[in-house]
Design a protein around this ligand. Structure first.
Ligand code: 5AD
Ligand code: FES
Length: 372
């Protein structure tokens, strides 16, 4: 291994930061040996905070109607072949009840940008889940909404929000999205969510069209600056009914490499080994954990709708055999020496000092936040 690469990895492990050109070099010059060294440091950093625990969240895909037309996404509005659905409030609540008895203490309500799920509808659902399960966190993943909307949802009890930034390069963002979508608004949403006291997750696809080491380095600098509570990364996988159908998918190898880097940038971060990673390789999620991830998000949606929430081709966990993703993932994690825990799975700041400017206290499962 190149000595300059070893010193970059050591610098990153020690100072949690590299220059843009250094990230680029680390990515461009990567080898199986540098990936292994990086993963060793990453696993050590994670173990110091989380031991061998893997947090879990029950993912409920509440609907696939979407007003957006992102070029990569299988549920984009112009995909006429996509069979649309919405879960009813009763269905969502019963997924949460079932999830609770399976041991989930966090529910992620994810869906396309759909006016049907108005603030009124969502606030009602959030309140009911929190009333039924006060020891659980509710995470939303419903795309871009107004500040007022994020505020209302937060006041109804939502604790966390996942909104992938998709890419930290404006020029790249514009090649992945139609002109009516804006990079600035995406970033504004992330700032607003944080200002409202949500735990915030951002993230990006690995190997999306037009992405090079330069764009990835920008994503890493963004993570250094923003310090998200969570960062979801997974390989881009083409969907047959999108303009990117012929593009090559992202790789397991680069995704794992980046998981290790992100762990070292911000050791306490929550990093999921995503479903997309489990889709490009059968043991992708296990390898993601071994590279530094510490979260898995099993599917809790009714099996009858799972095939319809198809963001990319061949998504795993959509068949009858996947009715119980939690059990499947428990076995998978056990096989590599990790344990899925029944826990709300909040980020653990290393010392009280570290979370000082964002003091949070958990009261009856609701995260009360104050921005200093
Ligand atoms: N491949 C991989 N990930 C995708 N997403 C959307 N389409 C794809 C695809 N074709 C990701 C996006 C989005 C998240 C919900 O799923 O990053 O934010
Ligand atoms: Fe869903 Fe294995 S995690 S079937």
């Amino acid at each position: 291994m190149d000595n300059s690469v070893i010193s970059l990895i050591e610098k990153l492990a020690k100072s949690h930061s590299l220059e843009l050109f250094e990230y680029r070099e680390l990515i461009e010059k990567r080898t199986p040996e540098s990936a292994e060294l990086l993963a060793e440091y990453a696993v050590k950093a994670r173990r110091e905070i989380y031991g061998n625990s893997v947090f879990t969240r029950g993912l409920i895909e509440i609907g696939n109607y979407c007003k957006n037309d992102c070029l990569y996404c299988g549920i984009r509005r112009s995909n006429a072949a996509c069979e649309r659905y919405r879960l009813s409030e009763e269905e969502i609540l019963s997924c949460a009840d079932e999830g609770y008895s399976l041991g989930f203490r966090t529910f992620v309500l994810q869906g396309g940008e759909d006016a049907f799920f108005s603030d009124e509808v969502m606030c009602g659902i959030i309140r009911k889940i929190k009333a039924a399960h006060p020891d659980c966190a509710v995470t939303l993943s419903l795309g871009e909404r107004s500040f007022e909307s994020y505020k209302a949802l937060r006041e109804a009890g939502a604790d966390r929000y996942l909104l992938r930034h998709e890419t930290a390069s404006k020029a790249h963002y514009e090649r992945l999205h139609p002109p009516e979508m804006s990079f600035e608004n995406r970033m504004k949403c992330l700032e607003e969510l944080r200002s409202l006291g949500y735990r915030v997750g951002c993230g990006f696809m690995v190997g999306s069209p037009f992405q090079t080491a330069r764009e990835l380095a920008e994503d890493l600098k963004f993570i250094e600056r923003f310090k998200p509570d969570m960062c979801g990364i997974g390989p881009f996988i083409p969907h047959r009914d999108t303009p990117f159908r012929g593009e090559p998918p992202g790789t397991l190898e680069l995704t794992c490499f980046l998981l290790s880097i992100i762990r070292l940038i911000y050791p306490p971060i929550l990093l999921p080994a995503t479903t997309a990673l489990g889709t490009i390789a059968d043991n992708g999620r296990e390898l993601g954990i071994l590279a530094g991830a510490n979260v898995v998000m099993p599917n809790l949606s009714p099996v009858s709708v799972r095939k319809k929430y198809e963001l990319y081709d061949n998504k795993v966990c959509t068949g009858e055999e996947s009715a119980q993703c939690r059990g499947c993932l428990e076995a998978r994690m056990k096989s590599i020496g990790y344990e899925i825990v029944t826990d709300i799975g909040d980020i653990r700041f290393p010392s009280p000092q570290a979370g000082k400017n964002r003091q949070e206290k958990q009261i009856g499962g609701t995260i009360k936040s104050r921005i200093d």
